[in-house]
Design a protein around this ligand. Structure first.
Ligand SMILES: [Zn+2]
Length: 339
């Protein structure tokens, strides 16, 4: 931690820290090549997006798919760095150490010497390259940290989502339980727990830029529903997040053209809210599992709030299936009565 780093409130340091003390970045980076080329997108003088994937459908080979393809590469994946002088906060580590090392090397060439990693949540496509930051402070929500400690053996064995294994997994060592401010030079970086998409979510707000780094809480074309039972709570939490004051949103999975131009407006958040609400409200329809992604987001596409991307048809089909199962026989809540 540098002298210029100010941390406040809500931290708990886990025992996992010592377990990784012996791991060096050189050891971690066994495969130095990223799984896909990475595009560098400067957002402003202290925020950079790194973008990978989103191939055209016709270029994707048939055959069995692995979790990095389905979770990240096909829909496209961005990670971010907030940097000033010799210090950077990196938000998520891609699916593999090769990609994470590429980002670290890029920042090091620009003069960064002090790194901090922040994980948005526990899903594997956000933590695959964590080992590259084994020698640095690694932040996540305390819920993420606890979950990854419990799942570490399975993830390192390639048994959580199937291969590839993440070996070794550098579990976050600093658990955040409340809004936490990190200063990167003069840039205020606020880590904010947000129970949206997954209960362990941790987003980053840059109040000086009115920017939200949204992790997986928001995606273009549509959110991936991982925890269908809590959709009413997530709907309320999205409403609360909307009041924070940001005007631009940079998600981990989105359209690279929009990200390169500085991000989405609040329409992405409103579209996400409407999408998850509609999923639950229609969960008992006889034809529910045949309802297309376009039928859910067509108006938002016309308004320019989101864009259709082929790989989200599969995510949407998955969303229909998990929502139908979770809400079968359950009363549908009145969303208008929710916050
Ligand atoms: Zn996720």
């Amino acid at each position: 931690m540098t002298a210029r780093t100010i941390l406040s409130f809500g931290l708990s340091f886990g025992a996992a820290a010592s377990a990784f003390a012996a791991l060096t970045p050189a050891q971690a980076a066994e495969d130095p090549a990223p799984v896909m080329p990475i595009r560098v997108m400067p957002i402003n003088d202290h925020l950079t997006a790194f973008y990978q994937g989103r191939p055209e459908e016709r270029s994707v080979k048939h055959g069995p798919k692995r979790w990095p393809d389905l979770g990240a590469i096909f829909v496209g994946v961005a990670t971010y760095a907030i940097h000033q002088g010799d210090t950077a906060v990196v938000y998520d580590s891609f699916t593999d150490t090769g990609s994470a090392q590429w980002v670290r090397d890029h920042l090091a060439k620009a003069g960064v010497r002090h790194f901090m990693l922040v994980n948005s949540h526990w899903h594997l496509d956000h933590i695959g390259g964590n080992a590259v930051y084994a020698d640095t402070p690694r932040f996540a929500s305390e819920a993420t940290r606890t979950k990854l400690v419990a799942k570490q053996a399975a993830i390192e064995a390639g048994a959580e989502e199937g291969p590839p294994a993440i070996m070794p997994l550098a579990v976050p060592d600093i658990g955040v339980t409340a809004d936490t401010t990190i200063m990167v030079g003069t840039v205020r970086v606020v880590l904010r727990p947000a129970q949206i998409h997954s209960a362990d979510g941790l987003v980053i707000e840059l109040p000086g830029d009115k920017i939200l780094l949204a992790g997986d809480t928001l995606e273009d074309t549509a959110t991936f529903v991982a925890e269908p039972q809590s959709i009413p709570q997530q709907y309320g939490n999205l409403s609360a997040m909307r009041q924070w004051g940001f005007t631009k949103i940079l998600p981990n999975h989105g359209n690279p053209e929009v990200i390169a131009k500085g991000g989405y407006g609040l329409g992405l958040l409103d579209t996400t809210r409407a999408y998850i609400r509609r999923l639950v409200e229609h969960a008992h329809d006889a034809d529910f599992q045949k309802q297309s992604l376009v039928s859910f987001v067509g108006d938002a596409v016309k308004a320019g709030d989101v864009s259709l991307w082929w790989a989200y048809n599969e995510a949407h089909a998955n969303n229909l299936a998990v929502v139908a199962k979770a809400w079968k026989g359950q009363p549908i809540p009145g969303f208008d009565k929710l916050p």
